[in-house]
Design a protein around this ligand. Sequence first.
Ligand SMILES: Cc1cc2nc3c(=O)[nH]c(=O)nc-3n(C[C@H](O)[C@H](O)[C@H](O)COP(=O)(O)O)c2cc1C
Length: 299
Amino acid sequence: MQGFTEDAYRRIHNRLVGGVEAYYTPFIRLEHGGLRSKDLRDIRPEFNEGVNVIPQIIANGGNEFRVVLDTVLKDGYNRIDINMGCPFTLQARHGRGAGILPHPDKVREICDIVSATPDVRFSVKMRLGNESADEWKAVLPILNDTPLVNVAVHPRIATLQYKGDVDMEQFGEIVEQSAHPVIYNGDVCTLDDIRRIEAAYPSLAGIMIGRGLLARPSLAREYAEGVEWDEHKRLQLIRRIHDELLEHHRSVIPSDDQLLGKIRTYWGYMEPTLGKKAYKKIMKAGNLKNYLLAVGEVN
Ligand SMILES: Cc1cc2nc3c(=O)[nH]c(=O)nc-3n(C[C@H](O)[C@H](O)[C@H](O)COP(=O)(O)O)c2cc1C
């Protein structure tokens, strides 16, 4: 997730708690004809040592995909995820992310490159559609004809962004019609959520978690252990990840204000975890000193 699960977060999360089989990078894209140095830095092998990282590419068709893919593969990766789900209008209106779903011809261009690159294992992350929940129906047959490791589905349309109910009926149809193993993604926040999805779709290849893992970094580990952690243990972990992330950012960001702006995002999805009062105190702290006092009360 852009701005959240960058290399430092992934490394620290993996070392302190793990439980996650694979970490997908924020999407990598073309901007003004080139790749952003920030994105390239994020996937450098030396910043991802010991972490199972899958670079994710977003592209509006074969030409963009080819340029980004060739650059990413220079770092030695043989596993790539393709984003066909991003709802951000800046991407979708240029035919990237969910914006590619109404254009099966563009999906096919990308899939042709996938088929012609057998030494790399690809997966696709998709939504139901950009504006309509049946756009996937013209795309899935193309994906079915393409060698893919799996297809991860976030069963919403892009115009809903991250709100509204997930459409489990359409998801069930995709599970039935997909030639590839399917991964579920969307609104998974607790062990019960994971178990409910697992029980309803026994053939699933996995569950991908975004905001729920940011709010509860131990979630995947708790699942792997088969036991829920108590609140104190969960909060202690949240503090440890925070403290290490803060030290990392401090070593590269000289000004306190910028450091505060960067580290505060860590708490962005934690209102349900912390409660309104503690969350507000952290989000509203006007300087680093008050921020650290507010964080110190999390335990
Ligand atoms: C701020 C933000 C950034 C995201 N960035 C990406 C991204 O780069 N690639 C991607 O596949 N999904 C991205 N997502 C979507 C999540 O991966 C996920 O599909 C979505 O949040 C729904 O799952 P969740 O309910 O588990 O969070 C992002 C979501 C948010 C809120």
